[in-house]
Design a protein around this ligand. Structure first.
Ligand code: HEC
Length: 587
């Protein structure tokens, strides 16, 4: 069938060629108009629909994935009152399944011909729930994990940016806590050569003692684990009744590469690159739409590569191009952007450089930074073409000047205020999410210096940041489930609570109507924040445990997502408001 599909494609190309020749030989253009079917009509799409039933529990907004084996595409839709529809599906061989964390689903084979409507009903079975652990106490908030006492503010200021609610699970003796504190404040965590940041925050002996006392009192041997409770989402099916995700599977031969030299446990999501062995699943980091040709570029950390997707091509062997980053086995590319010339820029968390690729020639340049400064996390381009970047295990904004191509770096007033997300405003100021110390930080183009705004209720982990069309800055507070709004004109900072306990907002990016799209990693949901009504609405993501790093909104308000760490790795095109016959990939 794959061959048949390809053949059809070739025949079509030949038809077009023949018509072209006919045209050149001046045969009545009129005939052409009425006889040449458009490509979309020639191989028209079909529909797959059905019902989902469960032996236990309510079927509400369940993910249904239709996997087109010929085109290596995944369509994911959601049940509404127990029914689902995959509209505008390309012909081919399918496997259709429910993809919910607590249910086992059959895989129904479907053979969809052009223009056909097929039905696949799915009966799912609830899995045995894991017994709850009596040694864990679930609480509402970070304030409850960390009860008041001397040391708490110090910890909130310096430690929870990386550790979130983890200290409540350590149960060390005072001596062991003290060893950890000394390591953190003198040499820094040992898993990563760039994790040198913390020792620059001077903590005197008396404060280390205070921290150790606080930790052993609240989290010492014999204490119960305290964790922030994660409530399930209550889904409103009307919100996503038309939503569809179209996932393009990455090439099957993508290599896994290893970081090789790592120590330490798999601690916090923000503390990345700790795996010593090749990863089990692929990890794409950032998505960006090329302003030059509309192709979508992604970083792939597990392959240390840059990927390019042409979503208009329905032939999976032609869709993707990949470039392994040269000069280093493993650089951990993180953020990515594309300039007007079509050059791709990436930030290296492991390599510590700023990368540049010309996809037309394949030429790569990895720009070394003027200071041995830390791990480069994000990269964005301002309206004048300057390349801005920020550092996470360091405390810098940086800029590669568009005209001189020189790199300049600017330190933050607070030492070690590692930056996570980055965005640029209408005046070319750069805005960084202060991950380690819980700030929103602004690199001001006028003064060439950094200004900080303390985010009142964050416990560190201000994660990602965006600037809307009015110049308002929005940032996620990952470990407390808040969305911060900063008006740079007045300095006013407001925080909005995501209305489900335990939400972990990751990405935040404004769409063309200034809705703020948020990726909640713990609920595997996309959230839309409507500024006018101050309301959040929830859309489930295509996979149950999906954590999304950097999204990109297209002109038509559809969204590109990179996926990672789950069995299916795809570049995903999210249509929150439905899918039409002319949407890519074209038949
Ligand atoms: C830059 C991120 C980061 C910050 C900030 C940070 N830690 Fe850590 N911490 C880590 C990582 C990663 C590990 C585990 C790997 C290691 O020990 O090198 C760790 C381990 C620890 C441990 C356990 C050590 C052990 O031997 O198991 C303790 C205790 C600790 N940190 C306390 C703190 C305290 C207290 C602070 C604030 C003063 C702090 N950390 C700030 C990243 C961080």
């Amino acid at each position: 069938m794959r061959k048949a599909g390809k053949l059809m494609y070739d025949v079509e190309k030949k038809t077009i060629l023949r018509l072209h020749l006919t045209m050149t030989f001046l045969i009545a253009p009129m005939i052409l108009c009425c006889c040449v079917p458009s490509r979309a009509q020639q191989v028209s799409r079909g529909t797959i629909k059905g019902t989902v039933t469960a032996d236990q529990g309510e079927v509400r907004g369940f993910r249904v994935a239709a996997h087109n084996l010929d085109h290596r595409l995944w369509y994911t839709v959601f049940t509404v009152k127990g029914h689902y529809t995959v509209p505008q599906a390309l012909p081919g061989r399918y496997e259709v399944m429910v993809y919910e964390p607590d249910y086992d689903s059959p895989k129904e084979p479907v053979q969809l011909g052009p223009g056909e409507n097929k039905t696949a009903d799915l009966a799912v079975k609830k899995r045995q729930a894991a017994a709850s652990d009596p040694n864990i106490e679930y609480v509402d908030s970070m304030e409850e994990v960390y009860p008041p006492g001397p040391g708490r503010d110090l910890m909130k200021e310096n430690c929870t940016g990386c550790h979130a609610d983890q200290f409540g699970r350590m149960h060390y003796t005072r001596e062991k806590f003290m060893q950890g504190i000394e390591k953190m404040t003198e040499t820094g965590p040992g898993y990563n050569k760039w994790a040198i940041a913390l020792p620059r925050t001077i903590i005197p002996k008396s404060q280390k003692e205070m921290l150790a006392d606080y930790m052993v009192k609240n989290f010492g041997p014999g204490t119960v684990d305290k964790r922030v409770r994660i409530d399930p989402l209550v889904l409103d099916e009307d919100v996503f009744s038309k939503a569809i995700y179209v996932g393009y599977e990455i090439p099957a031969d993508m290599q896994f590469v290893s970081a090789g030299d790592l120590v330490g446990a798999d601690m916090v999501d923000g503390v990345t690159a700790q795996w010593a062995n090749p990863e089990k699943y692929h990890h794409m980091g950032a998505a960006f739409i090329s302003p030059k040709n509309g192709d979508i570029y992604f970083t792939n950390r597990s392959s240390s590569a840059i990927m390019q997707l042409n979503p208009r091509d329905s032939d999976p062997s032609e869709q993707w191009k990949t470039w392994r980053i040269k000069g280093s086995d493993y650089v951990h590319p993180s953020g990515l952007t594309v300039d007007k010339q079509g050059h791709v820029w990436w930030a290296e968390l492991r390599g510590g450089m700023l990368g540049e690729l010309d996809p037309e020639t394949g030429k790569q340049i990895r720009h070394a930074l003027p200071e041995l400064a830390g791990a480069v996390h994000e990269v964005v381009i301002d309206k004048d073409g300057n390349i801005d970047f920020d550092l996470i295990w360091g405390a810098f904004f940086g800029r590669l000047d568009a005209t001189t191509r020189r790199i300049h770096m600017y330190s933050t007033p607070t030492p070690d205020n590692g930056m996570y997300g980055l965005a640029v405003d209408q005046h070319d100021n750069a805005w960084g999410a202060g991950w380690q110390k819980g700030t929103i930080s602004e690199w001001q183009v006028e003064t060439e210096s950094v200004k900080e705004y303390k985010v009142p209720n964050s416990w560190g982990q201000v994660r990602r940041i965006t600037v809307d069309s009015k110049g308002i800055v929005w940032a996620t507070e990952h470990n407390v489930g808040l969305l911060a709004r900063l008006d740079p004109a007045t300095g006013a900072l407001t925080e909005y609570k995501i209305p489900v306990n335990g939400a972990q907002p990751y990405e935040a990016w404004a769409d063309r109507d200034d809705n703020i799209w948020i990726a909640d990693s713990v609920h595997s949901a996309m959230l839309k924040f409507d500024q006018k009504s101050s309301k959040f609405t929830f859309y489930p993501m295509p996979q149950p445990h999906q954590s999304i790093q950097k999204i990109q909104v297209a002109d038509d308000n559809t969204i590109w997502l990179p996926t990672r760490g789950e069995p299916i790795c795809t570049g995903v095109h999210f249509y929150p408001n439905g899918y039409t016959a002319n949407a890519p990939p074209e038949p």
